[in-house]
Design a protein around this ligand. Structure first.
Ligand code: PLP
Length: 362
């Protein structure tokens, strides 16, 4: 509704003084302010809107690294971190990938041990989008800060689902999409950049500010926000952020942990179904990967949809290294991800569908 309303009255934010432009600018400002409140940051201007988490991660990685730098990352990253890092290798950056355990959890001591004098960045996913495993980011961020190494957190699976507060988790860079736990529309996302972190913009151009100057402004968010923004998508995101702030992320986390507990208990009772990841809802987000033994995950996904109307994602989930880590490469897994609106009835329906599929397997 908020997006539809915004489409009807969209002006280009920050480009004019007329009422439509001002309304769009207000939507962007409201979205930024709510992001700052949600993540416990003082300056909302340090939240830069992007089209998705991938753009935010690319901006962070390509904007901070220089030839000769070293990066530490993990074996459970999404391709939107791994591929830009592999690209940077050809620009003279070296990358160490710390292997996580079979449960998909990386050991913070190994991440710390991989840091060297030339390490500029530690890039780590907050929770795996394959196994759901929460990573020991507090220890990693603390150790990196102590060594003067910048930290990039891929919060794609945790933003809006797990409380993340800048005062207790002082990351330098944090990337997330708007369309997952933040419940906003597709085509929205953001990068948080701590003041003092030197980032070279990936994209330069019109910002509606300092138009007389043919150099990119150096103040935020304009430094990293060139071109017309997705103001209608952000208007929707601003509304979902307001809902999240009212509801409270801690409450959502408690509910999702409970639902995951029920799912894990239920799935454990179904014969011939193997579950991957920590199998402890307190150590994961609400992402659950499984396979029906002897059945291609794609086939399980097809049956869940065709026979029961349950839509899941099967395969490698854009994170082949995660599947190598948990031992499910190359077929991958079936992944379900309950959200804040998932109820007990849906859990029961899913478990019953899976029971039918696993017992009918040939
Ligand atoms: C852990 C993780 N990182 C990054 C991304 C990329 O997000 P987006 O599709 O918004 O670019 C995803 C999306 O699935 C993800 O799960």
């Amino acid at each position: 509704m908020a997006v539809a309303a915004a489409i009807r009255r969209a002006g280009n934010p920050g480009r004019s003084g007329h009422v439509l432009s001002l309304r769009s600018a207000r939507d962007l400002f409201a979205g930024r302010e709510r992001l700052a409140e949600l993540f416990g940051a003082r300056e909302s201007s340090r939240f830069v809107f992007t089209g998705n988490a991938t753009i935010a991660l690319n901006q962070a990685i390509k904007g901070i690294l220089r030839p000769g730098d070293h990066v530490v990352t993990t074996s459970v990253e999404h391709n939107s971190t791994m591929r830009p890092l592999r690209r940077m290798e050809s620009a003279g950056v070296s990358v160490s990938v710390v292997q996580a355990g079979r449960d998909g959890v990386v050991d913070s001591k190994e991440v710390v041990a991989a840091m060297r004098s030339e390490t500029r960045l530690v890039a780590v996913v907050h929770a795996s989008n394959v196994s759901g495993a929460l990573q020991p980011v507090d220890e990693i961020v603390r150790a990196a800060r102590g060594r003067g190494v910048f930290t990039l957190l891929d919060a794609a699976q945790t933003a809006g689902a797990v409380p993340v507060d800048r005062s207790s988790l002082p990351v330098d860079l944090l990337a997330a999409p708007g369309h997952k736990g933040l419940l906003g529309p597709q085509g929205t996302g953001f990068l948080y950049v701590r003041r003092g972190v030197p980032l070279v913009p990936l994209i330069e151009g019109g910002t509606g500010s300092r138009s007389e100057d043919d150099h990119q402004p150096d103040f935020y968010p304009d430094a990293l926000e060139s071109g017309t923004q997705n103001s209608v998508g952000i208007a929707g995101l601003a509304v979902s952020l307001a809902w999240l702030l009212r509801r409270g992320v801690e409450k959502i986390r408690r509910k999702e942990t409970e639902i995951m507990g029920d799912l894990l208990d239920g799935i454990a009772k179904i014969p011939r179904v193997a579950v991957f990841g920590p199998r402890d809802p307190d150590r994961s987000v609400s992402v659950l990967s499984f396979v029906v033994e002897g059945m291609d995950p794609a086939e399980t996904g097809r049956r869940l949809e065709r026979q029961f109307g349950i839509m899941v994602r099967a395969g490698l989930h854009c994170s082949p290294n995660s599947h190598r880590t948990i031992g499910t490469f190359p077929e991958g897994t079936v992944r379900i991800s309950p959200g804040p609106f998932t109820g007990g009835k849906q859990v029961a329906r899913f478990l019953s569908a899976l029971r039918t599929i696993s017992s009918s397997r040939d």
